[in-house]
Design a binder for this molecule. Sequence first.
Ligand code: PRP
Length: 215
Amino acid sequence: MKRKKLRIAVQKSGRLRELSLKFFSDIGISLSEETDTSRALIAQSCCGGAEFLFVRHADIPTYVQSGVADFAIVGGNILEEGQFEVQQIATLPFGECRLAIAVPLDSPIVSASDLDGERIATSYPNSLRKFLRRERVNASLIEISGSVEIAPALDMADAICDLVQSGATLKENNLQTVFTIFDSSAVVIESPYQHFLKNSLRAAILNYKAVSEGA
Ligand code: PRP
């Protein structure tokens, strides 16, 4: 059966969730006020033309790639880490962060070659492997899915590769950045499949982008 409504995927929880909902509200698609925003995984827009899917951040491109969702907002870091067939249609002025390699304040590691033979804890193994290949460095990867900054203090790793936004988590854990692998921000992605309502929403997204860039 053909879906009548557009579907939009956003982060279930995390730093992009509220900013993503505000973006869609600014272009005319707001969450229905009847939604229990702490629990709902699918919720209607207030005029009923679209539904929001609240899903894990790392899964967002999969929903869009398969056409289950038509549009979504996701961090560019997720797209860098995976291989997805989705179209990036706009870069948004929020969610700015960077993927960085950081080491303890008293570490002798100051250049990429110093990472040779060292242990690096990360939740971004693909991006890190690509960086190490480019720098021709051999290091051991320790894959953990969160709170990566704890690893050096526990002597589990000599360095970490993780997202940095304000830098507060690094500071709190006596770590400092030695390299930035890439900069990231929120992006709007679109599925490769057709839906009769897609054109008008795409136009609103691109118009918002043009207005916010002062074009
Ligand atoms: C992210 C990231 C860092 C932290 C950086 O973690 O993994 O730990 O934010 O932010 P800051 O530079 O502003 O301190 P998140 O809070 O998303 O949780 P996680 O550890 O589960 O990834």
